[in-house]
Design a protein. Structure first.
Lengths: 458, 481
């Protein structure tokens, strides 16, 4: 197996160059001219990407070469769109003689730098992903605490009806994003230990083996936690993500379809319960079924999103030439609508395929991983990407009811960006191990038998 | 576990397909429907986001885009809206565009091929195109004089520069305020539009070029032209001008508007018949010449042709196959003869221009966003309507109308004015239409005018009483500027 680090570098340079073109186009198309501090921003992005590349080159030589450039390109696309929305906000403020808003793009860039540091930190601190397994329950506990932290007095903050923020001074954070990683590690560690008993079958109904009733414990607990998130934090997205992740990992670990079926029915039950009892869930479903009747009220966002996408058409209005700022929360939840308006269906296809590549690479890492924990962890982390992308993009385009989730790498927001880059680091860490040549089976015909000196060293 | 992961990735593949299909549905298949939904501001925003070029009268803009400071970046503003409405038209969110706003849309919004170089730059830079400017042929003084003259009446005025066909004035009354149709408030726009639509006086009608009226006695100028062209008549030829004219094959008789015979012996020269607007003489003359000859003459002046100035003017009509009584009535501008003010101004202009009918036009220049001239309209001839000698003779007859005949109110001190009055009945009991057509100075005219006043009253004198003073004001405005 070749290390392919040069491929990674070339792809990173391509992503970076695309970023420069996009930024310039926004500046020119909006009449702002060449963006201020262009050299600083593009140098910063280049530095962050290069640092990540160098760390991977030295600390995880055999890691997958595609995932880092894909993550970088998505982050850059997000930065461009955030910059573009900054321009629109500034213009509007100017016209209304309001004070100029602080541009978001610089804080997002700062978050990208922090994400880059944490990304590198993962490789420096974590030689082998299997070490994470030792702290399975510690991570699980911390994850749980992080999830309920926004409910704590003083630091917990409710934004737009959802309680998923903590705020200390000027600093606010969405702990559920980090909890997502810790809980995935916990699921992987827990399931790799208990999968044998969870896979035991006592009875068969319609050819499907049912688990023992006493083994239903974990899934029921996960179900209650999901409902708790929904009820107390009003966070539909995280709730669905959490439960979907657990059921998928349970299925992979136990190799039993029955868990999928049980999970599905629990989900239906929970969804029905939530729909019947919670106005905010009911409202989401009503708007999803017929957004046009609520175009001026609760359906405004989704209707504006669809208008924006329609305005984009096949090739898009062109960066800087649409009206993405008409959609509320264009830079966070609705960034895909903004990108779809200005880059068209072509742009959305590209973005979706970038995600597909990322997820496919992650799942491939899981398949080729040699240990059960690593397999489950890689699969779980990839699944968080997949579920998140489907739930938020499906919501924004009206395919499924809208739930608040960030779009991985694209959305404005530090917690989300950091969490996704840490996930990417973990996936690369695992892939380095699974792609690393098995030293006992080195083929003399392999052109890349550069491993010989290392054999001597060891 | 590998198999489960593969199965899950297959499921994710299906979810991906669902997302792809859904965005394709929105952005490609249903996009047109979403774009045209009334609540969708984006299409409007896109139009109002770019600076639309101005429409200019001389160097003053009569229509321009103003920056507003709200989400609809530009607002269309019409300086002196009702005055120039028949030229600019309006530019509405709800009802689209009319007038030059419509015909010159691609110039004004900067998308015309003439801007190719700029567009390549815009494509590279992604910048919004900036519109070009349209300079009209309108003479502001003449336009204002006509508007002032029409106040309180219903009608239209068109003034043309005879040598070129440039339209110097095109005025209607009642008019409308294009500002109120071009605002950013759809409900206001609808309300005002409905008000205009339900107004029986039809202010939205572009009267100068669209409204068709029987030209009445002003059409005698066309018949006189045909008479001279036939070679059988001169200004001094004697025509029978009895008190009444027995319409051939009919029991009906045609009367002179004075109720008397024209000339002491019931005979009158062509010059005098025109000066006193003798109906019986022209009815007789019409049948002497025949419908075909009159039609040929009328068509040489522009009847039965459509003109794009570039606004589409209604086609003025001379009937295809009138019988003898109908020909007699047609010869005095009744029956099915219909003309726009533009057409009658063209008749006057052609006679003043040695018989050369010019194509009328409203757009003088097309300018780029930097106001550099990109294109200038060159005058073009429509047809030769008269031999120069006949046009001279006819001009003398028309000067006689103003100096000694029915057109006394068009006299201008120190300037020889050629003109002809007219009054036409639009139905048996319906009010008349008063006309006046003229040009000045007679020898080398700078301006030809047609004034039409609808519902003017019942007397022939109304052409001189109501229309001629307006024509005079317009001619003076052009000659003075």
């Amino acid at each position: 197996m070749k290390s392919r680090r040069t491929t990674e570098l070339v792809l990173l340079v391509c992503a970076w160059a695309l970023g420069i073109l996009g930024t310039l186009q926004v500046g020119w198309a909006t009449g702002e001219g060449t963006p201020p501090r262009l050299w600083i921003t593009i140098s910063a992005v280049a530095l962050i990407a290069l640092a990540m590349h160098v760390v991977v080159r030295f600390r995880a030589k055999y890691a997958d070469p595609i995932m880092l450039p894909v993550g970088t390109l998505l982050t850059i696309l997000g930065l461009i769109m955030i910059y573009r929305l900054d321009v629109a906000d500034a213009r509007r403020a100017e016209l209304n003689n309001a004070p100029l808003p602080t541009p978001d793009v610089y804080s997002q860039l700062t978050w990208f730098a922090i994400a880059g540091i944490l990304f590198c930190g993962v490789f420096v601190l974590l030689q082998d992903h299997r070490r994470l397994q030792r702290y399975t329950f510690t991570f699980g506990l911390i994850g749980l605490v992080l999830m309920v932290l926004p409910l704590a007095p003083i630091i917990g903050t409710t934004v737009n009806g959802a309680t998923l923020w903590i705020r200390v001074g000027d600093f606010s954070f969405q702990p559920a994003e980090i909890a997502k990683i810790l809980i995935t590690i916990f699921f992987a560690g827990y399931l790799v230990k208990t999968r044998d008993s969870l896979a035991l079958v006592r009875t068969k109904v319609l050819g499907i083996g049912l688990p023992r009733p006493k083994d239903l414990g974990p899934i029921v607990i996960a179900w209650f936690i999901s409902l708790g998130v929904l009820i107390f934090q009003r966070d539909l997205g995280t709730s669905v993500l959490f439960f979907g992740l657990f059921v998928s990992m349970l299925y992979i670990a136990t190799q039993r379809r029955s868990w999928l079926i049980i999970g599905f029915f629990l989900f239906l039950g929970g969804a029905y319960f939530a729909y019947e009892n919670f106005g905010h869930v009911q409202a989401r479903v009503t708007v999803w079924l017929d957004p046009w009747s609520y175009a001026d009220t609760t359906g405004y966002q989704i209707v504006q999103s669809i208008y924006g996408l329609a305005n984009g058409g096949i090739l898009g209005a062109g960066l800087g030439q649409g009206f993405p700022n008409l959609v509320p929360f264009a830079s966070t939840d609705f960034i895909v609508a903004a990108l779809g308006e200005e880059l068209g269906v072509t742009g959305i296809f590209v973005i979706l395929l970038l995600y597909a590549i990322l997820i496919e690479r992650g799942l491939r890492t899981a398949i080729t991983c040699r240990d059960g924990f690593g397999q489950l962890l890689a699969a779980g982390l990839s699944i968080t990407f997949a579920l998140q992308v489907f739930v938020i993009i499906g919501g924004v385009t009206g395919l499924i009811p809208l739930t608040g989730l960030t779009t991985p790498f694209l959305s404005y927001g530090g917690s989300s960006l950091i969490a996704n880059w840490v996930i990417l680091a973990l996936l690369l860490r695992i892939s380095d191990r699974s792609r690393r040549p098995d030293l006992s089976k080195v083929s003399p015909d392999d052109a890349m038998t550069q491993v010989v000196p290392r054999v001597n060293q060891s | 576990m590998t198999r489960q992961i593969r199965r899950l990735s297959f499921v994710f593949g299906l979810l991906l397909l669902a997302l792809l299909a859904n965005v394709t549905l929105i952005q490609v298949i249903n996009a047109g429907d979403y774009r045209s939904r009334p609540g969708n501001q984006r299409v409007l925003l896109a139009e109002y986001d770019r600076e639309r070029g101005p429409i200019l009268v001389a160097s003053d803009s009569v229509a321009r885009s103003l920056e507003t400071g709200n989400t609809l970046t530009y607002l269309r503003n019409y300086n002196n809206g009702p005055l120039f409405a028949p030229i600019t038209g309006f530019y509405s969110l709800v009802y689209g565009a009319t007038g030059l706003e419509r015909t010159e849309n691609r110039i004004l919004n900067g998308k015309a091929g003439i801007f190719t170089v700029d567009r390549v730059q815009q494509l590279v830079s992604g910048r919004q195109p900036v519109g070009g400017a349209v300079t009209t042929t309108i003479n502001a003084a003449a336009q204002k004089a006509a508007f002032k003259g029409l106040k309180g009446k219903r009608g239209a005025v068109v003034a043309i520069e005879p040598a070129t066909g440039r339209i110097l004035a095109s005025v209607q009354m009642p008019s409308f305020d294009p500002n109120r149709l071009s605002s950013h408030n759809p409900s206001d726009i609808r309300e005002y539009y409905n008000e205009l639509e339900s107004d029986p006086e039809k202010p939205l009608l572009n009267r100068p070029i669209v409204s068709l009226n029987p030209p009445g006695s002003t059409f005698k100028v066309v018949v006189a032209s045909a008479a001279l062209a036939s070679g059988r008549f001169t200004a001094d030829s004697l025509l029978p001008g009895p008190k009444t004219y027995q319409l051939p094959n009919s029991s009906k008789k045609l009367r002179n508007w004075t109720g008397r015979k024209c000339g002491p012996e019931g005979k009158v020269t062509l010059r005098q018949a025109l000066a006193i607007s003798c109906n019986t003489a022209f009815a007789w003359l019409g049948n002497e010449l025949g419908a075909a000859a009159i039609r040929d003459q009328a068509e040489a002046f522009g009847f039965n042709s459509g003109f794009d100035i570039p606004l589409r003017a209604a086609t003025s009509l001379f009937p295809q196959d009138p019988d003898a009584p109908q020909t007699a009535l047609s010869a005095i501008g009744q029956f099915e003869v219909r003309a726009t003010a533009l057409q009658m101004a063209m008749v006057a202009a052609s006679i003043g221009n040695s018989g050369r009918t010019m194509n009328p036009y409203l757009v003088q220049e097309i300018r780029g966003p930097d106001l550099s001239i990109l294109q200038t309209t060159e005058p073009s001839q429509f047809e030769d309507a008269l031999k120069p000698s006949n046009s001279l003779s006819l001009t003398e007859m028309l000067v006689n109308v103003v100096e000694n005949g029915t057109g006394s109110n068009a006299r201008i001190a120190g300037v020889r004015v050629a003109g002809k009055t007219g009054t036409a009945q639009t139905g048996n009991d319906s009010p008349s239409v008063a006309w006046f057509i003229s040009f000045a100075p007679a020898a080398a005219p700078k301006v030809a005018v047609a004034v039409v006043i609808e519902e003017s009253g019942f007397a022939e004198v109304s052409g001189n009483g109501l229309a001629a003073p307006i024509a005079k004001e317009v001619m003076e405005a052009v000659l003075g500027s």
